[in-house]
Design a protein around this ligand. Sequence first.
Ligand code: ADP
Ligand code: ZN
Length: 217
Amino acid sequence: MIRLIILGAPGSGKGSQCKWITKDYDVPHISTGDILRKNIADGTPLGLEAKEYMDKGALVPDELVINLLKNRLQEADCKEKGFLLDGFPRTLDQAKALDSYLTENGLSIDKVINLHVPDEEIMGRALNRRTCSNPECKEIYNMRDNPPKEEGICDKCGSKLFVRDDDNEITVTKRLATYHAQTEPLIAYYTEKGILATVVGQERLEDTIALVKEQLA
Ligand code: ADP
Ligand code: ZN
């Protein structure tokens, strides 16, 4: 049983870390972005409301995500195994709401991993990213560090690669600005609580994994 938060700018590679942590620690991976996208796909009222904000690259209102998260934390798997929060909290108010919820339930966070990657590096990765167009595959390549064997073609399934709409300079700049303004204050918040560990994202995924492992050991 472990309760973790992973903080990091959009494009810092949180998703790749979450993949192994959720397996190794047998802990539910809770991504508010995924839950919101699922609601949009299912056409729920919550999804309809959230979509307006997400399309603009803005944050969904705190009240909405806080309720959504609290409901999720009440499910059996979280009670039994804890949780790995990815994309929540994203504002100070969300962090405070989470704290009140945990205190009321006699729970606490074990560790907050702050995955640090400089803005220029995030921009470079985004502009070099190519995504497989096959919705069943969605493999990600990087023209600089991890190119496909044949240009523009997915190694795994042979489908065409494309540049995601949001992997452009304007959108990435906007999302980084939102992160710095609204989410970065959480670093000080959790540092004060004595549970924050900063890991600098490395060029190679395995190297970053090793550093995160050290922090969780
Ligand atoms: P990214 O695409 O940056 O990895 P996510 O998948 O975590 O981001 O989230 C996508 C979008 O969903 C965000 O841009 C935001 O609009 C919304 N969202 C997700 N989590 C939250 C949250 N905790 N608070 C507010 N909005 C959120
Ligand atoms: Zn593919």
